[in-house]
Design a protein around this ligand. Sequence first.
Ligand code: SF4
Length: 450
Amino acid sequence: MSTAKTATQNACKLCNPLGACLVFRGIEKCVPFLHGSQGCATYIRRYLISHYKEPVDIASSNFSEDTAVFGGSQNLKIGLKNVTKQYKPAVIGLATTCLSETIGDDVPMILREYVNEFKNGSPMPIMIHASTPSYQGSHIDGFHAAVRASVQTLAERGIANEHVNIFPNMVSPADMRYLKEIFKEFGLPFVMLPDYSQTLDGGPWGEYHRIPPGGTPVSEIVKTGFAKASIEFGATLENDKGAAGFLEEKLGVPRRKLGLPIGIKESDRFFALLEELSGKSLPEKYEDERRRLVDAYADGHKYVFEKRAIVYGEEDFVVSIAQFLREIGVIPVVCASGGKSGFLKKRIKEAIPDYEEMEIFVRDGIDFMDISDEAARLSPDFLIGSSKGYSISRKLNIPLVRIGFPIHDRFGGQRLHHIGYKGTQELFDRIANTIIEYRQSTSPVGYTYM
Ligand code: SF4
């Protein structure tokens, strides 16, 4: 029975500037700064810290009732001055919030005024500004807006070099480390933006750092303007939204768009592109990973074949996970996202051409209430997505495979692999084991061998 509803309830997306803060955390010596109220910064900090288990400072221009009426210009300037003094950042990554966007603060103009009013000969941090009104998009839109704003601010024209840009989308720190390792194995110089593989999953500190070490250096972002090519992950990410689109249009850096490389087919496309760009054949190590994965598909087929799953999350993730599920014989009966790029159905159709005949239900702009209704109607074998599906999993007794972001109720979400042969292997093992575990726990006799 569907639930009568007149409003979104528990949206299947997060706040727009959250994605921007994540990107700014992946730029070296950068402080994320929200132009809005403290509550926005607190909410985003809570979400990021709970998943990544690392300290995340986010500054705020501290809107109050007065600021909401008369504008936040003064607050922003004072806040920028304080952050510059206390953190001594190389970069301040400024994202707007619902409130500052609604009252129409002209942030570029305020920043120009700030530079004129406060410059006193001493170097100022670089300001990167991303417009991130949450009523217009989700965390993934904020993520892409911040990556694009970073290259718009810093990329310079130059003679095409040998390096390649990699814009990895919102993957885990573990995925980022794996990507860096792959580029090194191919001997292919690269600039990865963002890179929060250390800042959000680093080691213990002997002394406190106001800004955690790591991240993409400014000097590297400058180089994105004269790379040989940009690789950008994101099936639903269009030219006018991503950083690679900007670099192609304005600076002539060719854009090579791929879906997130999850599953053998999509990973093959990624590795083939690296072979093309590097002029080197696939290193033996990845041949081995692929062989092991094919073997695992064959061994685990009996557990996963014709199982039915509901996949939800960011649109790019949903497309790639759905494609991977079909590859292993699982039917993704519902492919759902709170995002609204307008491309979800089209990309699912390209990934799974017979999706209509298979009666796969694809929906964007969805909330968890609707996903819960679909789960009750379809009784899938498992859910796959962030930990925000836990309440549905508990209510309907459907196992949940936790992937992506956020994962608040398990340990190590930042160290999950999703991409490439290695990430696919982990995902495949987890899915097969989830199904086995459920059969054991619901069996009257239990199984010691399956
Ligand atoms: S008010 Fe808007 S920007 Fe602030 S936390 Fe809520 S959704 Fe995010």
